[in-house]
Design a protein around this ligand. Structure first.
Ligand code: ZN
Length: 267
């Protein structure tokens, strides 16, 4: 049964309920939903912010480490006063300050395989925003095992990509990247493209969770901001995919995620 909206919530979401946006039931579906955003830096921070503002009932954020000065060119949940302090708790406080209607759960590290599975079992969607491919692949696998939608956002320089999978029938991240992209530890990135891709991930999540519009199932959007070009790729599911292929690993067997990894776009 869908949760009811209070009068205060109806007032808060007044501009996004109506023709061309969400129905009231869609808004109630958002309220009844839980989203996991891992990590909440340049990509995931704006994504989490938009999910909280939109009224997703519970937003779980996971991110380890302290906030550093070079983060502030893109990590919009951070500020000067938070430098040198753990990221996740201060980011969660910032999100809570945006809306009293949303419960924000904070995890101050990136989940390992087991925790990713545990999280996937209790959320409705995963927004994958880590920089490294190992974590992205882990989240994609967890989403597929749980059968929940999975959105992966990635960035490099002034470029970004967005992949949307239903976690069941459409291609997963491992289908899109048969080989892990090349490794680059401190890749360049401009905050504007990070926020763009993060917000597009949030938009897809809002559509999916509320039942609004047409999600980009099975497609990847690539934005080359450097050249001012965009393109969409219809992904194909690989029968031999180790995550979602015809011969998935036996129960309990983990997909190897030890390969070199990066956020570099591989398409
Ligand atoms: Zn696959």
């Amino acid at each position: 049964m869908l949760p009811e909206l209070s009068d205060d919530e109806r007032q808060r979401y007044d501009r996004q309920i109506g023709p061309g946006v969400l129905s009231e039931d869609g808004q109630r579906r958002l309220k009844g939903s839980t989203a996991l955003v891992t990590r909440v830096g340049g990509l995931g921070g704006p994504a989490a912010l938009s999910l909280v503002a939109a009224g997703v009932g519970k937003v779980v954020i996971a991110h380890g480490g302290d906030l550093e000065s070079p983060d502030l060119n893109r990590q919009v949940l951070g500020s000067e006063v938070g430098l040198g302090k753990l990221r996740a708790p201060q980011f969660a406080d910032g999100l809570r300050a945006i809306s009293r209607f949303v419960f924000v759960e904070v995890i101050d590290h990136e989940p390992d395989d087991d925790e990713a599975d545990e999280l996937a079992a209790r959320v409705d969607i995963i927004l994958s925003c880590p920089a490294d491919f190992e974590h992205r692949l882990r989240l994609s696998r967890a989403a597929h095992q749980a059968g929940i939608p999975f959105i992966d956002a990635a960035q490099w320089g002034m470029a970004g990509s967005l992949l949307v999978s239903d976690g069941r029938t459409t291609p997963c991240l491992a289908c899109a990247y048969p080989e892990p992209p090349p490794f680059e530890p401190r890749f360049p990135v401009v905050g504007a493209i990070a926020a763009t891709m993060g917000n597009l991930a949030a938009l897809e999540a809002v559509k999916i969770l509320s039942g609004t519009g047409r999600p980009m199932w099975g497609r990847m959007l690539v934005i080359d901001g450097f050249r001012g070009e965009t393109r969409q790729i219809t992904l194909r599911r690989r029968p031999a995919c180790p995550v979602c292929g015809d011969q998935p690993p036996a129960t309990g067997e983990k997909i190897s995620t030890s390969s070199p990894s990066t956020s570099v776009l591989g398409v």
